[in-house]
Write a protein that binds this ligand. Structure first.
Ligand code: NDP
Length: 247
C-alpha cells in the first residue's frame, strides 16, 4: 500500500495519541506533511512527542483530552477549529481492552469500554461533524478491530464496542455524502493495549500473542495515511490490517 504525497497539508486530529497506534499515526502523518493535533490524558507523553516532531521540522500540537467526556472532546475540536479554521480529518483512535469472561462480572470495565471505545467515538463525531457538514468536506477515521468481525471468549464486551463502531460508521457514511468515513480494523498490533486491567490470564494471553505476532503500530498508521491521502471523491470505507499468521 503506497501513500502518495499528501496535497494539500491537512489538519488532522488524533485521539489517544500518547502511545501505540495513535502515536505511530501522529508520527506518520506529521512526517508526510500534515499538521497533527494530538489528544490523550497523559499530556506529558504528548508534550514529548510534539517536541520531538517539531524539532524534526514537522508540525504538531497537543491538548489534554478525555474522550469519555463530551465537553472535553468538544473543547479539543473547537480549539483546533478556532486556530486553523478547519478540521480536515479526525482519527477516533482512543481505546481500551480489559479482557475478562462475562461471568467474572467486571462491570466497571465493561462500562469503561463502552465509555471510551463507543461513546468516545460518538463524542468525536459530535464534535466535528457540524463544521465538516457546513464546509461540505471532512474525513472521520474510526479505529475498530478484527474484533469488529468476530467474537472470542473474554472479549465479548470489547467486540460489542467494536462491532458497534463499524455499525455507526456505516450509518455515518450513508448519511453524509460530503464527509468521508473510514473504518480501520487492526489485528494484533504492538502497543500498550493489553497492559491495563482485565482478567490476568486473558490479558497475559493477549500480551503473549501480541509479542509473538503483533504488527508494528506503523503498519496501521500507514493504512490510515493511505485512506487520508485519497482524493476527496474516493471514500476508503473499510481497511482490515492483520498479521499474515493471525487466524
Ligand atoms: P494503547 O493502549 O497503546 O493506546 C490507547 C490510547 O488510547 C492511549 O493513547 C490512551 O491515552 C488513549 N485513551 C484511553 N482512554 C482514553 C480516554 N478516556 N480519553 C482519551 N484517550 C484515551 O493501544 P493501541 O494503540 O493498540 O489502541 C489504539 C486503538 O486501536 C484502540 O481503539 C484499540 O481498540 C485499537 N486496536 C488495537 C489493536 C492492537 O492489537 N493493539 C487491535 C485492534 C484494534 P491516555 O491513557 O494517555 O489517555
Amino acid at each position: 500500500m503506497t501513500t502518495p504525497t499528501p496535497s494539500p497539508r491537512k489538519i488532522v486530529l488524533v485521539t489517544g495519541a500518547s502511545s501505540g497506534i495513535g502515536e505511530a499515526t501522529a508520527r506518520h502523518l506529521a512526517a508526510v506533511g500534515h499538521h497533527v493535533v494530538l489528544g490523550a490524558r497523559r499530556v506529558d507523553r504528548l508534550a514529548l512527542l510534539v517536541k520531538e516532531l517539531t524539532e524534526a521540522g514537522h508540525s504538531a500540537e497537543h491538548a489534554e483530552l478525555d474522550v469519555t467526556r463530551l465537553d472535553s472532546v468538544t473543547s479539543f475540536a473547537d480549539a483546533a477549529l478556532a486556530r486553523h479554521g478547519r478540521i480536515d480529518v479526525l482519527v477516533n483512535n482512543a481505546g481500551v481492552m480489559p479482557l475478562s469472561p462475562l461471568d467474572a462480572l467486571h462491570v466497571q470495565e465493561w462500562n469503561q469500554m463502552i465509555d471510551v471505545n463507543l461513546r468516545g467515538v460518538l463524542h468525536g463525531i459530535a464534535a466535528v461533524l457540524p463544521a465538516m457538514r457546513e464546509r461540505g468536506a471532512g474525513h472521520i477515521v474510526n479505529i475498530a478491530s478484527t474484533a469488529a468481525y468476530r467474537v472470542d471468549p473474554t472479549a465479548a464486551v470489547y467486540c460489542a464496542t467494536k462491532f458497534a463502531v463499524r455499525a455507526l460508521s456505516e450509518g455515518l457514511r450513508q448519511e453524509n455524502t460530503a464527509v468521508r468515513v473510514t473504518v480501520v480494523s487492526p489485528g494484533f498490533t504492538q502497543s500498550e493495549l493489553a497492559d491495563q486491567g482485565g482478567d490476568v490470564r486473558a490479558q497475559s494471553a493477549a500480551r503473549a500473542a501480541t509479542e509473538q505476532i503483533g504488527l508494528p503500530a506503523s503498519a496501521i498508521a500507514q493504512a490510515i495515511g493511505y485512506a487520508i491521502a485519497q482524493p476527496d471523491a474516493v471514500d476508503v470505507s473499510e481497511i482490515v490490517v492483520r498479521p499474515t499468521v493471525q487466524n
